[in-house]
Design a protein around this ligand. Sequence first.
Ligand code: CTP
Ligand code: CA
Length: 232
Amino acid sequence: ALLEPAERPLAGRRIIVTSGPTHEPIDPVRYIANRSSGKQGHAIAAALARLGADVQLVSGPVTIPDPAGVSTTHVESARQMREAVEGLLPADAAIFVAAVADWRTADAAGEKIKKVAGEGPPALQMVENPDILAGIGHHARRPFLVVGFAAETQDVLKNAKAKLDRKGADLIVANDVSHDSGIGPGGVMGGDRNRVRIVSKTGAEEWPELTKDEVAERLAALIAGRLQAIET
Ligand code: CTP
Ligand code: CA
């Protein structure tokens, strides 16, 4: 059923969302990755689309389907993700949910690295990936609203606040991804539930433990409220 205009408060708004992990190649058959499933990012993209937004999702490699009503660009590495995001500007808002690999190998080997008797394991040389959120948070064409996530296993609030400042974000959604976070089977990464705190310059708000879909609904409503302040 079509929603009334009042129920589509994000109509006419363009919103970029990143989701999933990134894969950083070691050689043609191996890569560095992390445990992100894309569930939270994809749920946020879908929730924003249900409120009428033109959602541009940039997804790393995931096994879940593209969300309905969303335009999805598929990428592998952090550098490809950054390029895709920058190519989608300008936007009214950008939500960075992806678990971007912090490091990649300095030079991915062109051929499969072979075991050589007596030589031991290869010493992989690592370099830092670009920070996509920080790049957009300080961009000349910065979206009106920039939202990041913070995956922490300790000092959640303090670390989230530091990320807010460093990356030029308006909001940070902080979650405890430690195995003893109290969130059951599988924890936050890969699981279906999440417990987050919304950190802004003025303080932090704690949400109860919710499904990732419920977190997405609430966050989409919060974003709609923030964007109401600007002209279409
Ligand atoms: N992020 C990003 N590009 C990166 C690293 C992170 O866009 N290269 C974004 C994530 O999508 C998330 C936020 O920055 O919205 C925080 O990611 P997180 O991994 O928690 O923070 P880091 O700055 O990478 O710090 P650390 O992993 O050391 O805690
Ligand atoms: Ca990181």
